[in-house]
Structure formats: C-alpha cells, structure tokens
Design a binder for this molecule. Structure first.
Ligand code: GTR
Length: 375
C-alpha cells in the first residue's frame, strides 16, 4: 500500500479521508424506466457551502437505480462514469447538471450536456439488464471530482484539502487517487441507503476509471467486490512486461493522474516498485473479476491475466478459493475462475465495456453472493 502511495497514486490526505460529508437529496424514490426501477439522486457535499451558480467540484451527484420488484435491500454495483450521469441510460428523469468538458482544442469548462448525450453510453452500462437481474446500479460523473486535464488541480476536490503554504510532496495524491476517494465516499453513502445491501456493494470502472476503481478497492475494505474492466498499465496490467503503454506515456500524457514521484520511473518500467499484481492482491480476499479485450493491446491483456493469477496466490494464502498458480491464459470469450474469488476473461473486440462483460460480471456475483431474486 505504501509503495503505491509513495510511487504511483500518492497519499490521500487524512483531512480528505475524515472530511464530513453532507448528503442532500435531489430526488427521493421515484418510479423510473417503465416500472423496472426506482430512481434516487443525491448530492454528496464536502467543504463550505458552494456559491450559487458556481460549479462545485466538491458536490458529487450520485444516481442510484434499484430494481422495482425487490422486496428488500439488494446488492449494488457502483462505478464512476465518463460522460455525465445522463449518459448511462436514456431517462429524462436524470436531473440535468453541468458537467466538465475537456476537449483537446479548448480549455476545460463546465457545460450543460446536450439532449443527444442522454443514454449515449447505455451500451457500456447495461442499466436495464443489471436491474432485471435484481442488482442495483449507482454512478457519479468522474469530473465532478477533478476535471481530467493537466493543470486542473485548482478545480479538483484535492484543492479543498490543501494545507496553505505547503509545497506539493513527492507522494501528493493525483487525480486517480481523487477519483478513488470519490468511489470510497459514494460507497460509504450507498451503504447507508436502506435499499442497498451494505455488505454487497461492488465497484466497477473502465480504463482510467478502472485504475481508480482498482485503487479504491485496494484501499477501501467496505468495497465488497471489484469488477475491473481493462484498467491496463497503471492499473491491473503488469508494467514490468514492457508491452503496450509505458510509464513514460502515462507520466507525460496524463501528468495529473499519478503522484509527482511517478515521473522518476520514466524509462525504468522494469524497476517499478509496485505493479498490477500487487494492486490486485490488495483486494484479497474479496471477489475480484479482471476483464480484458483481445484488441486492447495498449493495456496488454496477457499482463492483466498474469496480475490476476499472481494475486490469486494471495487469495489462496488467505484461505479463499482462487485460480491455481499454473492456470494458463484463457481462450478468448471463455471466462475462467468464476467459481472462485478470482475470475478473468478476455473478450473478443476492442477497448470498451459491453453486454458480454456485464453478463459475466453478474454471473460471477451470482455465484459469490447468491442470485438476488432467490435470496
Ligand atoms: C488512454 C490511456 C490508458 C487508458 C485510456 C482510457 O489514453 O493511455 O491508460 O486509461 O486512455 O482511459 O480510455
């Protein structure tokens, strides 16, 4: 954990971990999605009350869907989204909110998302299938925590916890740690919601948000399971293999993601002191599903598999079922380990989240926790 704090993601300040959180209801339990679900929306608020009209980076809006047919609390999957809450499913009831837009050709700015963005990421979220299977689904917009661009620290929730007059330390937290903190806070809120089964809150994330979900699960014992999609280098893949994305690329393209000390590993990928296998090990013994995509060479799918298999030895050490250490890389579209706490698949196709990924994630949670409708 300390190796990751000092070299990769940075250390989250105690003030951020202990920050009081106010929960403000935006919308109470409301029927949604043609009777399939109830929708709730809340704001998680940190720090002083924001000025009217300002975009408050410290206001995290959580959208929660619960299956309408549930008789009691249900297991829930939470993930940060990359397009705004309105993008995960076409539902006019999702409250419009300004989202940070970070296009390459202009400075990051808050903007009201257009109507055409409603449901624009529904293929990646599969909200209706998740609900039909008896699970709840919750999300928040990642840039509510920090705009995803260089030099946006002042607009990040990180700025809220600065000690005035102190220069940034080599292990100062970066944006991935800030997003992971958001995961942690959202999960801590969800666990208090009476519709949510507090001991069964899984997190998921894709790519850069997979890195954030990985670090969140590693550092948050209350997160009950991790479903990590193609989090690649700087996440679940093995940097030391030197295949796909390098430390140099990560450090130079996304200098805000990691702690300042990360840059000292540029060109030294083989010496990186904390790698994907150790990251996944920190999730043990909780259920863990790592997923790759065949065409996602940048993330090095085999490196993702090797991390999972290596972490499995820690699961075994802790006495939980896990992939055997000599398990060969699985064939494409053939999940393995789903009857253990360490599951993996390599799906055909590109860097993405698809119905296939969700189907196998939920099959896995069904085997770990029991089918929600039958419990
Ligand atoms: C890429 C980055 C990857 C991954 C990806 C994404 O540009 O190199 O590490 O995070 O973005 O988030 O889609």
């Amino acid at each position: 954990m300390k190796l990751f704090e000092d070299n990769i993601y940075g250390r989250t300040p105690v003030a951020a971990e202990q920050a009081p959180m106010r929960v403000e209801s935006v919308e109470g339990r409301t029927p949604a999605l043609d009777g399939l679900a109830y929708r709730e929306q809340v704001d998680l608020i940190f720090g002083p009350t924001p000025k009217p009209g300002s975009h408050a980076a410290w206001r995290i809006r959580v959208l929660l869907y619960l299956p309408a047919r549930a008789n009691g609390p249900v297991p829930v999957v939470f993930g940060l989204n990359g397009g705004g809450n309105q993008s995960i499913v076409d539902d006019p009831g999702i409250a419009p909110t300004n989202i940070w837009v970070t296009e390459d050709d202009q400075a990051p700015h808050p903007e009201t998302p257009g109507a055409d963005t409603r449901g624009s990421q529904s293929a990646q979220w599969q909200v209706k299938s998740v609900l039909s299977r008896g699970y709840g689904l919750a999300t928040a917009y990642y840039q509510d925590l920090e705009p995803d661009a260089k030099d946006q620290r002042a607009n990040s929730v990180r700025a809220l916890f600065d000690t005035p007059g102190t220069a940034p330390a080599a292990n100062e937290w970066g944006a991935i740690a800030a997003w992971a903190w958001g995961y942690r806070k959202a999960v801590s809120y969800l666990r208090t919601n009476p519709g949510v089964e507090a001991t069964h809150v899984a997190v998921t994330g894709h790519s850069r948000l997979g890195k954030a979900a990985d670090w969140a699960a590693a550092t948050t014992p209350e997160i009950s399971a991790l479903l990590s999609t193609e989090s690649g280098k700087g996440g679940q893949s093995v940097q030391r293999r030197e295949l796909g994305e390098t430390v140099k690329h990560l450090a130079q393209q996304f200098p805000h993601w990691m702690c300042p000390a990360y840059a000292t590993w540029v060109g030294r990928d083989q010496q990186i002191p904390a790698d994907g296998n150790l990251l996944l090990s920190l999730v043990a013994p909780r259920p863990l599903y790592a997923a790759s995509a065949q065409d996602d060479r940048w993330a090095d799918p085999k490196g993702e598999f090797l991390s999972l298999r290596s972490a499995a030895s820690v699961y075994a050490l802790l006495g939980t079922s896990a992939l055997a250490p000599d398990t060969p890389m699985s064939a494409v579209d053939q999940p393995i380990g789903v009857d253990t706490n360490t599951a993996y698949h390599i799906r055909s196709g590109k860097h993405d989240v698809t119905a296939y990924d969700w189907q196998h994630y939920l099959d896995f949670l069904d085997t770990r926790w029991g089918v929600p409708a039958k419990r």
